[in-house]
Design a protein around this ligand. Sequence first.
Ligand code: IPM
Ligand code: MG
Length: 355
Amino acid sequence: MKRYKIALIKGDGIGPEIIDEAVKVLDALASYSDFDFSYEELLMGGVAYDMTGDPLPQETISGSLKSDAVLFGAIGGQKWDNLPREKRPESGLLRFRKELGVYANLRPAVVYNELINASSLKPEIIKGVDIMVVRELIGGIYFGEPKGRTKDKGWNTMLYTRKEVERIAHQAFKIAQKRDKRVCSIDKANVLDVSQLWRDVVTEISSEYPDVELSHMYVDNAAMQLILNPRQFDVMLTGNIFGDILSDEASMLCGSIGLLPSASVGEKIGVYEPIHGSAPDIAGQGIANPIATIASASMMLRHSLGEEEAANIIDAAITRALSEGYRTQDLAQFDAKEVCSTSEMGSIIANYIKR
Ligand code: IPM
Ligand code: MG
């Protein structure tokens, strides 16, 4: 029997609650499959800082690198917001992404028909939306040097090398080949030199993918087009900060940020996490939506473990729970037949794993 080693990083806030539900679903899946999972819990974020003085202990990096994939909850919270920057949970997360080399962050925004009324946008605008944001994750203004801060001045550098743009562009084109074969590359080439390099390199790489249609869009226009006519997008290829912003915007097409998973992949180990944060305000109440994390576990099966069929089974179980009218608090107003807790939702989805 194959046994996959999964590193679990529960983190802060609602992180532990939602990871527990994803594990429940993975274990249900294992009981019907020719593989199973072993789990190792690792510390990151505020909880790691409280216990060790470091938001990203060295064992978390080495433990993750020894696993087949990392399933990640969420980190951060007000309690740690006033620490020096390098001690803050977010700095731990950025260092973690860098150490694991996960340069490609895949953030799907798919509108579930069952939740067509849950978005703040009109159903006719969002029906059928299926976007994949491919965000560069370990470069750009998040990491560029010089950066710094004095009492009266603060600065960061948006820097990309040709090599960094090439590898993320390849990812985007390859993903598009398995979808609707369209890449829209987002930049600010009318103002930024770094964006002009981005645009030129993406255009060069596109010649290796003649079956994929490439377009370019300025980021401000893209923010507008996402609301005006989101169906025009298939793959959106972005740098780090533009992708951070646009993926939050895209998530709102789908009704609740509690639904959306992500995958971060590169040359080593993949990291799978919900795109929502640690939501400290609702932590411990059993009302968080575990679907984004369960869907992230599905992406893990697909992208890191090569278990496409198992991933499809999880996706179908999520859709079934929604179409039967089960809703967590965040979606209680939208065609709910029954409002359920975090752990009830996990159990319902786990039960649907049985065929
Ligand atoms: C995200 C988050 C992170 C980011 C923060 C928590 C560092 O917003 O994953 O989108 O900006 O990348
Ligand atoms: Mg973000």
